[in-house]
Design a protein around this ligand. Sequence first.
Ligand code: ZN
Length: 137
Amino acid sequence: MELRFSTMGFNDILDITPQVQKAIQHSGLRDGVVHLFVSGSTAAITTIEYEHGALADLQRALDQIAPMNAEYAHNQAWGDGNGYAHLRAALLKPDLCVPVQGGKLALGTWQQIILIDFDNRPRQRTVLVTLTEAARS
Ligand code: ZN
């Protein structure tokens, strides 16, 4: 299964929890694991409390770890100016596993699934959704 998202790039952070939950409901899975993977080397998937302060804090931490306007070997090699994006994506990872219990994502109340697009232009992103049913005991 695939989910598609339009992003603005430049660290655009999307709460994709509703779409993932809908995909699980549509599949009929009750208990198991959902694996999410964004294809592309300048985006990442993780979880956070999706509120303005936490998002700003994440943004600031990433700006410190991999500033957009620093020197990157990748930029010299390719000239596409998104060396920071590749670095951020590598550190945050492109995938995430979340348990599914009773047909629902086993997330905390203040824990949302986010897709972050680090690239330096708007992008169309595809998130691959793989559902695995738990063994019945
Ligand atoms: Zn690049």
